[in-house]
Design a protein around this ligand. Sequence first.
Ligand SMILES: *[C@@H]1O[C@H](CO)[C@@H](O)[C@H](O)[C@H]1NC(C)=O
Ligand SMILES: *[C@@H]1O[C@H](CO)[C@@H](O)[C@H](O)[C@H]1NC(C)=O
Length: 374
Amino acid sequence: MTKLAISLFLLHLISLPFTRAGLYTAFSTTGHIPFSDTTLPVDWSAKLKVDVTVNSFASSAQLFRPEVDTGTCGFLFASKDLSDWNPATEALETNKGWQFLSSSDLLYTGHWVTRDLYFNPRSSTTRTRSTVPILAVTKKVKCSSYNVALDNDTCPTAPEWTDTNPSVRLMGIGFGRELDGQPQGTPDKNAFINIQSIAGQSMGSHIQGYTIDSNGINVGLTDANTLGMTFQDLPARNPNPPVSRIPTVPRDWASLRSNCISFNDGISCHSGEVLLDTGIGNSSMRVPLGVTIPRDATTKVLNDGAIVKVNLGDLPLVVERFVAGTGAATTVTPDFAFAYNSDRGNFFNTGRHVYRAWRTAFDSVNGRFGMVAV
Ligand SMILES: *[C@@H]1O[C@H](CO)[C@@H](O)[C@H](O)[C@H]1NC(C)=O
Ligand SMILES: *[C@@H]1O[C@H](CO)[C@@H](O)[C@H](O)[C@H]1NC(C)=O
């Protein structure tokens, strides 16, 4: 297999007419959750984790280090590690849960159970509590026949393998992921937009949202932590009334749009959705059936020289442009760039290396996504 080297040679920030200064002047309650088990700032070449304890912040409470993943929504947590997991009262038909991770064809099943999560658990001055249903996972199967439009908690054919004692710790903090195998990945499951207290204090003037940068996560948007950012409205999921921006499920926003996803320097653009995914080092693109893609027929990896140009946002917020195979590991260089034909809707997953160039913000209340060059 040819490893694809992509070098970024254009970072392009375009100011938008509706950019407003002082969007978050009214809000001041914020907290910082650093990436753990690594050197800060991170270089985005490896998975990112945060420290968390479950239902207790006592020094005896076991510390966990889940990966932080904007490509999923919900805390997937091995039930065997959940000290107070009680299958008799908690494994009920009514709270059955599952998530399918399309990038790896893994189907996780278990039950949603509500827990207090403590980030920065060992520090009384930064301890941050979030209360959310987490998925107590009891089974993991590899299921490449899974159809996200049809299948729920069951693989439609015999799985490639089954693990009934899985180890999983994935802190899914994304939005708009419901149609990609995570119908239960609704905003109530996102730990970083359901913050209940910081340093033991109730939330005061806090707006539920977060920023991501090379040092970690800031929960609660403020003018300071969104300084210089350009914001774009996200579409509502299932708006009601239909022409409104009012999602049926509160704060349920769809993915960031793109008016140009291309592998030929924007000569032919495919509009669709983009995902700035902290969870994966590879990028991946979907374009319509019948479009000829310059790629290796077997591996689906784009050919050297293909120019990937994607507008992040539909105005756009920023434009990302790569040349496949130029070899320089500068900034936004996914490990491998895959491209597929699909009738599922056009899509571009940047992979985590995009965060080398931009800081981002997600405002869950107003449904806005912000970006600024690092
Ligand atoms: C998945 O769940 C939905 C909603 O309950 C149901 O309509 C559908 O038939 C289910 N799919 C399968 C394959 O069972
Ligand atoms: C990225 O792609 C490479 C090449 O196919 C593969 O070995 C690796 O497992 C992929 N990474 C992830 C996280 O899927």
